[in-house]
Design a protein around this ligand. Structure first.
Ligand SMILES: [Mg+2]
Length: 120
């Protein structure tokens, strides 16, 4: 299963990557903003799960989710948003944009595992 992890913090990307690794997932692509993520998705049509931050330069996570969901081929792609934006309004906004699940930073490996299992 191939993952695309998008976050402008390299530390956060590493944490998510390590957590996925511990869960047995080794195929992980990274991008540091939405624009780079979109580019990566054009070059890799076989991404199975998108895990994205919200607050990023260039193109933020919400914009990325909207762009991805606008494409028919990505209508079923599982998307998890990992963000510090934990307010109820933010969660609703993200879900409306097409996010399947939502994780508020900081999170435990257990939480990532549970949210992942819920969308797969
Ligand atoms: Mg960020």
């Amino acid at each position: 299963m191939k993952f695309l992890v998008v976050d402008d913090s390299s530390t956060m990307r590493r944490i998510i990557k390590n957590t996925l690794g511990r869960l047995g997932h080794k195929e992980i692509l990274e991008a540091e903003d939405g624009a780079q993520a979109w580019e990566t998705m054009q070059q890799n049509s076989d991404i199975d799960v998108l895990i994205t931050d919200w607050n990023m330069p260039e193109m933020n996570g919400l914009e990325l989710v909207k762009k991805v969901r606008a494409e028919e081929k990505y209508s079923d792609l599982p998307i998890i948003m990992v963000t510090t934006e934990g307010g109820k309004a933010e969660v609703i906004t993200a879900l409306k944009a097409g996010v399947n699940n939502y994780i508020v930073k900081p999170f435990t490996p257990q939480v990532l595992q549970e949210k992942l299992e819920a969308v797969l």
